[in-house]
Write a protein that binds this ligand. Structure first.
Ligand SMILES: [Zn+2]
Ligand SMILES: [Zn+2]
Length: 299
């Protein structure tokens, strides 16, 4: 696997602390590359005679670094076509950078209205203020489309109630590469955005549908985390299925949220899956809310 890194200081870019941005370009074959950053939201690109197709655009200050990385492998072409896998800012705030340079932006049809009128209760802080203009998708997909470009059959799959209501994952069939968007947090507790139509069972089902289409050799670009495989999806499915069942069983026994927390139902998952954003406690919060339909309140 060819792998190299574009490294630059981001100190001069607005909104960003003086911190280095790494974009590691991984050649996945068939003109498909993963652009893996040390920030949120891994990007995929397809390069070839039809032009550059980019999946997700990261945060705005990262976009110039992504562009530089893709130009290094595309013969200095601009990005022609962009797909946002979903509405979160770490996957689409770079849209304007690429649209201003000629890219056409597409996403699931639920994304554009949600960017114009965002859910204010969102807990990530990643869903931006109301957006307009070059940030917005102009091709609104229903999911299930197939593109033919750069010698690849590119299947787009919509998952209606998984990480959000509008997740699309992408399969480059001949290259055997899948971009999972945020349907895979590889090795970490997943963020499931219940305020934007996500559900835990829908998230599990979405991961299963990727597994059903993937093979043992398929290279999976995770929305967050390292390059992955079907086995990583299966591990995440097993963990999340068991985690939800444990919390559901405590709820069924009549325990309050505080009692569920005190029971530490995910204690044996903590060391492997806990991380800064979705801690073990946040995962329990999500599962409790998903099971009960209520915002968890501690006694
Ligand atoms: Zn994300
Ligand atoms: Zn997301």
């Amino acid at each position: 696997m060819l792998s190299f890194t574009v490294l630059a200081a981001a100190a001069t870019l607005a909104q960003e602390p003086a911190q280095e941005v790494y974009v590691e370009t991984q050649d996945l074959g068939g003109g498909v590359y993963g652009l893996i950053t040390n920030r949120a939201g891994n990007v995929g690109i397809s390069v070839g005679e039809d032009g550059v197709f980019m999946i997700d655009t990261q945060f705005a200050p990262i976009a110039p670094f992504l562009d530089r990385a893709q130009r290094a492998v595309s013969g200095d072409q601009p990005v022609e076509l962009v797909l946002n896998t979903h509405l979160h800012g770490d996957h689409m705030m770079g849209n304007a950078w690429f649209a201003e340079r000629g890219a056409t932006i597409m996403a699931h049809e639920s994304v554009r209205p949600a960017l114009i009128n965002p859910v204010t209760a969102n807990l990530t802080g990643a869903t931006p203020d109301p957006l307009s203009g070059d940030y917005l998708p102009v091709i609104n997909l229903s999911g299930g489309e197939t593109l033919t470009l750069n010698g690849q059959t590119v299947r787009l799959h919509h998952e209606p109630d998984a990480h959000t209501a509008g997740d699309i994952w992408v399969h480059f069939v001949e290259a055997d590469v899948i971009h999972a968007g945020d349907l895979l947090f590889s090795g970490w507790f997943p963020y499931i955005d219940l305020d934007n139509g996500g559900t835990v069972n829908g998230y599990i089902a979405a991961m299963q549908s990727i597994v059903d289409e993937a093979g043992p050799e398929t290279q999976v670009i995770a929305g967050h985390g390292p390059m992955s495989t079907e086995a990583d999806l299966e591990a995440s499915i097993a963990m999340l299925t068991e985690a939800r069942a444990r919390v559901a069983s405590l709820v069924q026994e009549g325990h309050s949220y505080s009692e569920v927390l005190a029971a530490e139902p995910l204690a044996d998952f903590h060391d492997e899956w806990n991380w800064q954003f979705i801690t073990t406690e946040r995962m329990i919060w999500t599962l409790y809310r998903d099971v009960t339909g209520e915002i968890p309140q501690e006694d």
